[in-house]
Each structure stands twice: as structure tokens, then as C-alpha cells.
Design a protein around this ligand. Structure first.
Ligand code: 5GP
Length: 180
């Protein structure tokens, strides 16, 4: 285990089985439909790359990058699109892939923004869900794991751009945040 990690919350094996299960459900739900899987950069990259290999019905992929306005680590709900989709999504089924839903503010903005472009449908798949932190009423259609209110890293999630490569999801030692 990485020396900065205090505990492993989800092992690589647990994540792998969940990704297989989510991929199976998504495959069943979208058979014969026009599907665009939209990954939210950068946190969802690792999850998305594993997930799409378990979606056995044809689909296209694209990415969006968003950032919250302001300097606070708390999401403000005011979101800026840093990278948008490559083409129109009219008459396409959209599946947003997120790493984690925390307050839900980012996702609410994204869903509303994409719905306004007249797709056939918009659904959400998240690896992690911190439901106790929710500020707006939004839930994923496909949900990996409910987790407690702890800051997690690994499997795509970072702290200051570090730890995204860890194959598991874990909680950092206080020292890793600059504490002792
Ligand atoms: P929300 O708008 O739901 O509050 O924010 C979601 C975003 O906050 C996620 O996409 C992620 O970038 C970040 N985030 C929320 N909780 C965590 C966490 O525990 N660890 C990491 N690394 N990022 C988090």
C-alpha cells in the first residue's frame, strides 16, 4: 500500500466486480440504442476506461471538463465548461460517467445543461456516492458504492493531482495533506 494511504476503502477486486455488474446492467438497458458515454474529466477517466470495456452494446464516447468557480474546495454550484462535447447530442441517449457525487451541484448543472440540448435521454453512472453530503436532489441511475463522508483518492480521484493511479480507493493519512 502507498505510504500516504491510511486505509483502503475499496479494493481493486471489489471495484472490478462492481464495474462488471454495472457494465452488464448498462449493456442490457441500451441494447439497440444510440448511446454516447460522456466521461467527466479528469476523475472519471480510470473508471470510464474500465466501464466501457464492459458495455457490450455499440456506443461512442466523449469527454467534458468542468470546473467550479471560486477557490473553495466546496463545490459552489456555478460550473464552467472547460471542454465541451465534440458534436450535437440531439436524438442520442447520454450516459454521464462520474467518479463521485458529493454535494451533487456539479452533476445537477451538467444534467440540466445536457438536457437543454435535446438528447433522447440523460442518465448518470457514478462509481462513488457520498449521499450524506447532498445539497441538491439528484441521484445516479447506476451507482457503484455508497461511501461515508471521507475524502478519498485513487482509481482516478486525486489530491492535488496525485494518487489517481492507485488501483484501489483509499483515505489519506493526515500527513499527506501537509499535516502531521
Ligand atoms: P459535487 O459538485 O458533487 O460536490 O462535486 C463532485 C466533485 O468533487 C467530484 O467530481 C470530485 O472531483 C470532487 N470530490 C468530491 N468528493 C471527493 C473526494 O472524496 N475525493 C476527491 N478526490 N474528489 C472529490
Amino acid at each position: 500500500m502507498e505510504s500516504d494511504v491510511q486505509k483502503v476503502l475499496l479494493t481493486a477486486d471489489e471495484i472490478n466486480s462492481k464495474v462488471l455488474e454495472l457494465g452488464r446492467q448498462i449493456t442490457q438497458d441500451y441494447v439497440g440504442q444510440n448511446l454516447l458515454v460522456v466521461g467527466i474529466l479528469k476523475g472519471a477517466v480510470v473508471f470510464m476506461s474500465d466501464l466501457i470495456r464492459q458495455i457490450k452494446t455499440p456506443h461512442a464516447i466523449d469527454f467534458m471538463a468542468v470546473s467550479s468557480y471560486g477557490v473553495s474546495t466546496e463545490s459552489s454550484g456555478v460550473v464552467r465548461i472547460m471542454k465541451d462535447l465534440e458534436r450535437s447530442i440531439e436524438n442520442v441517449n447520454i450516459l454521464i460517467v462520474e467518479d463521485i457525487i458529493d454535494t451533487g451541484l456539479t452533476l445537477k448543472y451538467l444534467v440540466e445543461n445536457l438536457r437543454a440540448r435535446n438528447p433522447l435521454s440523460v442518465r448518470v453512472c457514478t462509481l462513488l456516492d457520498k449521499a450524506s453530503r447532498r445539497k441538491v436532489d439528484i441521484a445516479a441511475d447506476y451507482n457503484g458504492f455508497a461511501i461515508p463522508d471521507e475524502f478519498v483518492v485513487g482509481y482516478g480521484l486525486d489530491y492535488n493531482e496525485r494518487f489517481r493511479h492507485l488501483p484501489y480507493v483509499g483515505v489519506l493519512k493526515p500527513a499527506a495533506y501537509g499535516g502531521k
